[in-house]
Design a protein around this ligand. Sequence first.
Ligand code: COA
Length: 600
Amino acid sequence: LNKCMSFFYTVLCLHLFLYNLFIYSFTVFKFLVCTHLAIKHRWHCSVRSMSSAVRKRRALPSAFPVLDQPLKPIHQHVYEANLRNSSACLKKYTEFSEKVRKGGGENAIARHTQRNRKLLVRDRLRLLLDDEDFLELSPFAGLGLPYGDIPSAGCLTGIGRINGLWCVFIANDATVKGGTAYPITVKKQLRAQEIAIQNRLPCVYLVDSGGAFLPLQSEIFPDKNQGGRTFYNEAIMSAMKIPQVSVVCGSCTAGGAYVPTMAEEAVMVHRIGTIFLGGPPLVKAATGEEVTPEDLGGATLHAEVSGCVDHFAWEEKEAFASTRNIISTLNFQLPEEEETKRKAEEEPLYSSEELLGLAPKDYNYTIDVKLVVSRLTDGSRFQEFKARYGTTLVTGFAKIHGHLVGIVANNGELSYEAALKGSHFVQLCDQRDIPLLFLQNTAPSAARTLNTKQAEINTNRLKAQGSMMSAVACASVPKITVVIGGCHGADSYALCGRAFEPNFLFLWPNARVSVTAPGHAGSLLLPDGEQEEEQKKQEEKLNRRLKEESSAFFSSGRLWDDGVILPQDTRKVLRDSLEIIKQQQYQLSTEKAPSAVLRI
Ligand code: COA
């Protein structure tokens, strides 16, 4: 019995011990979880209070070193050659700008303004936007295409302020073939929408379009990034709380009819705007009935009967005033101090006009890129990073109109060391949430592998460049690329070329864009001793083609960039781009669950 009792007692003690151990561990576990949650909550609170206080705080004071980069006699020969090249490019730039401003030509302008009593697209923008310059995107898109010159791709796009708020506008130019959509028009509209999505900018559509340009329908309609994508994007953006507003100031026929119908809010002008899938000629052909455009799909019908539009305007001026009021209802709160901040900014020590002589004519006419940097940054100041390592890439911090940026600039071939430095610096900026500015001027040709030593160098370079490309692709900070010279080969990817999705990509007029630079076609052809003469001919032919197809205007005509900008305007364009990118911080209602505004 005693043995039984002691066994029973031992089992009981063991049970009690295990039970206590369990309770104790559970209490400790609960304590740890609660502490962790409390710390997490406090951290979140402090982050939140930090971000709400951020606007009231000032940036850390900086006294970055001044770049002492005056022009020296040694630069004179190269500077003058570059200057002559820049003048030739400027002439072409002016010629293209004039061509674009004429839209569809005199007859079309007369038909538009006198017969159709409509305002020209630039006059509409003057009424819509604040009284200041706007950032026009790809104005030369559509020039020099296989199917002809389509001025402004038949549609002006850009970013301008409405009541102080940066908005993307997409405005048809009906003097260009009735505002119909060519393949390049669709591409331009989609790029403007992409910019709106990436930077969370409200969109305003000024619609005046005959729908698809029918002779090229197969290149406009069926594929993913064609016609319907514009409407798809409108829905997606609305769901993302990126406002979509439309003004019907002309014909919205067929596909064009969906732009106002998919918008969150639409304004329509009496006797000028029409919305229908098929116009009066189609009605006559189908039913024999004669009907006026106004009765079939005018502002009265859509404001009073169909409900397709929300605001009726007697004339265009009223429609744009109404649109400005709509923008005022968007839930943004802009900072007040911007004007005073601008006044306090330091200008660079050197004239921006000197950039015309620093814009390289070709790779042999490149001067140290720090001369360019010193003509772009506030007070010509630059906090260089790893100044003595991988010197063919210049990296460092600077301010542009008060905005802190990380600059990555080519200063020769992107060597192994340069690429390692580049990926280190890009990750640093990503870590600190600092926007990146790439000044691209890449080496002309692909590296050749003629011996083992060279093979080893090339392999190492390849690995380092791959690592830099990864760093650039994965960096979640805003990126702006300005091609100041060459944009060739793999180096251009590492310097955030178009495929790496920079928020904006601009070209200087002297820029050249091609897989290898003109004059370097030999590096693409395999040596063939027996067919030397034939190969020479092939090389010359290829070089001619590279020259023809690599100009900045050829690139911009095809919309491989966001526009050609003049070197002396670069600082202003960068200021606007950085302000535009920053604006999303001031939107108040982004946290609600995604849902598009459905009209009906
Ligand atoms: N595809 C190709 N060309 C078109 C076009 C289209 N969908 N719509 C208009 N055009 C051309 C016209 O042929 C004309 O070319 P031209 O200057 O070389 O003569 C030019 O665009 C201007 O058209 P016009 O009709 O003279 O101008 P308008 O100001 O009087 O009218 C429209 C403009 C858009 C209202 C009218 O042309 C129209 O209703 N077009 C048909 C729209 C349509 O049915 N689209 C269906 C697309 S799926």
